[in-house]
Every structure is written in C-alpha cells, then in structure tokens.
Design a protein around this ligand. Structure first.
Ligand code: S3P
Length: 176
C-alpha cells in the first residue's frame, strides 16, 4: 500500500501552503505536480495552455500521476493542480497513491488568493467570481469521488488543518 498524503481542491484552496506544513510536520518530501510538469516541460503552465491547449496539460497531469504510481512513490505529500480530478482515470490513480484530502475553501477566499497573479489561465476571464462559481459547481462531484476526506478549511487555521489531516490519515491507514 502506498502511504502518500494527497491534496486535491480548487485553485487557491491552500494545497501548496498546507502541503509545505504537512511536509514539515511529517518529514515527508513535498511533490507539487504543477511544479513537476513545469520543470519537465521547461515552460510555464500559461505557455503549455497557450501553445497546446488544456487537454495536453491534462495528459501531462495523468502522466505525472502514472509516473508516481509506477515509481512506487511512498511517504510523500503530493499537492495536485485544481483540475487533476477531472479525469476519472486520475481519480483512480490518486486513490492508488494514498490518502486523498479535498480542501474546501470559500469562493471569496479563492477569489482573493487567485487574483494576486495571472498564472492561472482558466481564471483569466472577464468576471473571475462568476467563473469560480461555475467551475466549483462543475467540479464538485469530481472532488467528491476522488477524496477519502473532505475538509472545510474556512474556520480553521493552517496548524489545525495540518493536525486534522494527520490524525485522519493515521485513522485511515490504521483501519485498513
Ligand atoms: C488548474 C489549476 C492550477 C494548474 C492549472 C489548471 C485547474 O493549479 O494546474 O492552471 O484546472 O484548476 P492550482 O490548483 O495549484 O492553482
């Protein structure tokens, strides 16, 4: 059984920040799938979307998860891109890799965090608040199907979130 902790959730829900905290608390190295794709491709996500389109980026996400699974990646924190869960194939790969946590944040928090830069091609629209609301609705079932744990983060600070995830992961692995 692969004992990784995998974070899924919408853009700006805190996957990278919480991933870093979990990595520090458990001493497990952090793997950020977006960063891995950028390093392998030697170009930004914006460039990949512009030059080849979203589906090519999704292929790279699937390939990254397959590589982690085939490489028997173990005891890692894996922070994923917000759309990784869209493919059913990826949902299965994520669950094969370990304990999957869906981080849920309030749409206002998402808007605030994601409006700080232009690195997310899917949110460069006329009205990002509307785009976020639509995408959250469309993606809900995909996150739900992928995750072992749904964590509503709005009223929690980062250390509470980290502690909660670690406890739940222990319980999950202990009961298998
Ligand atoms: C995406 C989320 C981004 C990145 C890409 C597409 C999405 O990652 O993978 O821009 O479809 O939700 P973050 O969730 O880390 O911003």
């Amino acid at each position: 059984m692969l004992k990784n902790l995998i974070l899924v959730g919408f853009m700006g829900c805190g996957k990278s920040t919480i991933g870093r905290q979990l990595s520090k608390a458990l001493g497990y190295p952090l793997i950020d799938t977006d960063a891995r794709i950028v390093a392998q491709q030697k170009r930004s996500i914006v460039d990949i979307f512009e030059q080849e389109g979203e589906e090519s980026f999704r292929d790279l996400e699937t390939q990254t998860l397959q590589d982690l699974r085939d490489g028997r990646c173990h005891k890692r924190i894996i922070a994923t891109g917000g759309g990784t869960v869209l493919r059913e194939e990826n949902q299965e790969l994520l669950r094969e890799l370990g304990f999957v946590v869906w981080l849920v944040a309030h749409p206002k928090t998402i808007l605030e965090r994601t409006s700080r830069n232009k690195e997310r091609p899917l949110l460069q629209t006329e009205d990002p608040a509307v785009t976020i609301a639509q995408m959250l609705q469309e993606r809900d079932e995909h996150y739900r199907k992928s995750a072992h744990l749904v964590l509503e983060t709005t009223s929690l600070d980062f250390s509470e979130i980290t502690t909660g995830i670690i406890e739940c992961a222990r319980y999950h692995y202990g009961s298998q």
